[in-house]
Design a protein around this ligand. Structure first.
Ligand code: AVJ
Ligand code: FE
Length: 450
């Protein structure tokens, strides 16, 4: 644990780092037209995200935490995600890129001025342990991941380049494949004492699970291709009714961004077209596709409790870890933080395995689970209902583990993401599970949503 001075230094450094990342996805790589264009009704113009992160920072770090007056009250409404759905944002009188940049820099300068006087202990729940600063840093990183999804949807010349060659990810273990058994019994789900965790990760509570098997690695492109070649997209047995409707009415026959040319599957990745790499986790699939694949494979998606037990529980120590490998973040154990613009192939990052030997739980691809997004027993919304509570219900499915585009500060074993089951512009993949008790059905019946 850090003392208050060291934590403030860390926060100032991380605020600077995330802002560099944001500019590297916006003002440094696109011109005014590129920043203000809307590439898809699913996404905001990038200049909206840019000003929104600054406005959020102003709201939480200057007004809520430091009691400051609004700098530009007239723009608050423009950047309120609930006032204006994404499809409508390009029609708003948004700050042009130069003004957006000046505004967020002005906010940041005031935040750094105010930081020395903030109290992380005895200053109230918002600043306790630096929570609201962690919230703002994570928020900007989340929007950076959203910006990457916008880049992926862009047509035209590539704006992002693959980062320069770096040390190859570790390949210490044998390749992918197989599953592990997680024995029946209790584990601790969620957290109560993680200072930067969100309300939806709280509180820690005991969950008893029957024994189950879970895949060691996420489903690869090669495995997913086998499903496609077996006619998986054309066979209603594998799909829920809603999934079948989604794939039929949309004419879906492959993951997003895949095209077929001369008998070969290609994918468009940040404006370049390349052969689909067989060993990488499949990415850009909807929940419906993940669920259909699992049923075809005679398995099912894990519940989010099964995912979290496989990721965090240490059966010898009888406690849950923050990360699959332990409580401290260590570089090189997971494909996080945009060090590559893609997930890494099966067999890599063996050093990030959990106590059960499950790999790639953090990073690479967000993993769909079978679970709807709900609050844990004893949930209380903090610090605002619109972060998670308003999304609780059956419309959203939970995703776990982060992707290659997720920053290490914005994910941990307890972190929960959510989206509609039709969404696939996100960096989404999945792994499968199955119940170990032969008395329990392995695959849910079509139409049965667990
Ligand atoms: C947690 C990723 C679902 O992007 O909609 C950003 C994060 N909340 N601004 C989203 C979020 C407010 C959120 N997700
Ligand atoms: Fe936001």
């Amino acid at each position: 644990t850090l003392d208050e001075g060291a934590l403030k230094e860390l926060i100032a450094g991380e605020l600077g780092a995330v802002r560099e990342r944001s500019h590297g996805l916006t003002t440094e790589v696109l011109d005014e037209a590129g920043l203000t264009a809307q590439v898809s009704p699913l996404m905001s113009p990038l200049v909206w995200d840019l000003a929104h992160v600054g406005n959020y920072e102003e709201l939480w770090l200057l007004r809520a935490a430091a009691g400051a007056e609004a700098m530009r009250p007239e723009i608050d409404g423009l950047y309120d995600a609930f006032e204006h759905p994404r499809a409508e944002r390009p029609t708003l009188p948004l700050l042009p890129p130069r003004e957006a940049r000046a505004y967020i820099s002005a906010v940041r300068a005031r935040v750094l001025d105010a930081l020395p006087a903030v109290r992380f202990e005895g200053g109230g729940p918002l600043t306790a342990g630096g929570f609201v600063y962690g919230m703002v840093v994570q928020h900007e990183h989340m929007h950076d991941e959203t910006m990457l999804a916008t880049h992926q949807l862009r047509k035209g010349a590539p704006a992002l380049l693959d980062p320069p060659a770096r040390v190859a990810p570790d390949r210490a273990g044998p390749g992918a494949g197989g599953e592990v058994l997680v024995e029946a019994g209790p584990f601790e789900m969620g957290v109560s004492d993680d200072p930067w965790a969100y309300d939806n990760e709280r509180p820690a509570h005991t969950v008893h699970l029957p024994a189950y098997h879970i895949d060691v690695e996420p489903v690869t492109n090669a495995a997913y291709l086998a499903f496609m070649e077996a006619g998986g997209y054309g066979d209603p047995r594998w799909w829920t009714p809603a999934g079948w409707e989604w794939r039929s009415s949309g004419g879906k026959d492959a993951p997003a961004f895949w095209t077929r040319e001369g008998g070969q599957w290609l994918r468009r990745r940040f404006g370049r077209v390349e052969p689909v790499p067989p060993g990488e986790p499949v990415q850009h699939v909807s929940w419906y596709e993940a669920d259909a694949y699992a049923r075809w494979a005679g398995k099912r998606l894990p519940t989010e409790a099964e995912w979290e037990k496989a990721a965090r529980w240490d059966p010898d120590a009888e406690r849950s870890r923050r990360y699959p490998w332990g409580d401290l973040y260590e570089d090189g154990r997971a494909n996080l933080g945009q060090v590559a613009l893609h997930p890494e192939e099966a067999g890599t990052y063996a050093s990030g395995a959990s106590a059960y030997g499950v790999r790639k739980l953090l990073g690479d691809v967000w993993e769909w689970t079978s679970s709807d997004f709900h609050g844990y027993p004893g949930f209380t919304s903090f610090p605002y209902k619109e972060y998670s509570e308003v999304f609780f219900g059956p419309e959203y499915k939970v995703l776990r583990g982060g992707s290659w585009a997720t920053h290490p500060l914005a994910v941990r074993g307890s972190f929960r993401n959510w989206d509609y089951p039709i969404r696939r512009q996100i960096f989404s993949g999945f792994r499968c599970a199955r119940s170990a008790d032969p008395g329990e059905r392995t695959a849910p019946a079509p139409g049965e949503v667990r």
